[in-house]
Each structure stands twice: as structure tokens, then as C-alpha cells.
Ligand binder design. Structure first.
Ligand code: SF4
Length: 89
């Protein structure tokens, strides 16, 4: 699959995996660091949420097509929920 510029495009990738996405990944790291500890998702749960996003048809290059969020950021906030089927995460 390619994007509008004909470059390789991975619909199943998280933002950190997107080619040429280093600048965005660095920005994401800053956003994640800024989440107060009491509002962060516990590490194992965070990894589980992202694994479910990776298997989801709504993931597109790090973005959730249903809510428009970067899933790495949404999943990192303990109070957030997946906007799709209740219980996905
Ligand atoms: S619908 Fe849910 S599981 Fe799918 S990409 Fe969005 S947040 Fe992740």
C-alpha cells in the first residue's frame, strides 16, 4: 500500500513504526511524558491496548479512523477507552 506520494505505507503500524516518522515519534514521546502519573495506563495494559489496535481494521499509520486520535497517546491515558466495540479496550 502507498500514500498519496507513492511512498510505502503501513496501515497496521503504530506511529513509532511509520517510515520517516522519527520527528512525530519524538513528539509523541514528549506527549506521553507529559501525562501525569496518576492518569497513565499501567505498562502491561498499555502494551495490551496497543496490540489490540495493531489488529484493528480502524488503525491507519498510527491513527484511529474512528476517533482521529494517535492510538499511542489515547491508550496511554487510563481513563480513555476504545471508541469501537465496547470491551475492545
Ligand atoms: S477502534 Fe479501538 S482498537 Fe481500533 S484503532 Fe481505534 S482505538 Fe484502537
Amino acid at each position: 500500500m502507498t500514500d498519496m506520494h507513492g511512498r510505502g505505507f503501513c496501515p497496521r503500524c503504530l506511529l513509532k513504526d511509520v517510515p520517516e516518522g522519527e520527528a512525530l515519534a519524538a513528539l509523541m514521546a514528549q506527549w506521553l511524558e507529559a501525562i501525569p502519573p496518576e492518569r497513565r495506563t499501567e505498562d502491561a495494559l498499555y502494551r495490551d491496548r496497543l496490540s489490540r489496535c495493531r489488529a484493528c481494521p480502524h488503525l491507519s499509520a498510527g491513527l484511529c479512523a474512528l476517533c482521529g486520535c494517535y492510538v499511542e497517546y489515547r491508550a496511554a491515558q487510563s481513563r480513555q477507552r476504545c471508541p469501537d466495540v465496547p470491551g475492545r479496550w
